[in-house]
Design a protein around this ligand. Sequence first.
Ligand SMILES: [Zn+2]
Length: 60
Amino acid sequence: MFDHYCTACATRQLIFATQVTSMTNTEHGIVVDFTCWCGADQTMTTGRAAERPSKVTLAA
Ligand SMILES: [Zn+2]
């Protein structure tokens, strides 16, 4: 579970593992695709190689 600022509904939402549609390991970090509560597809990059600092903890 992690929180995410949705670019579609402009709301900070809690995203649960059940909403995650895919997780891809890339050289830029872990790219997480998920569906927001509003139904919008969102993408977040996390992990050590992510460009922006993140305190995200994935409990998938
Ligand atoms: Zn949303």
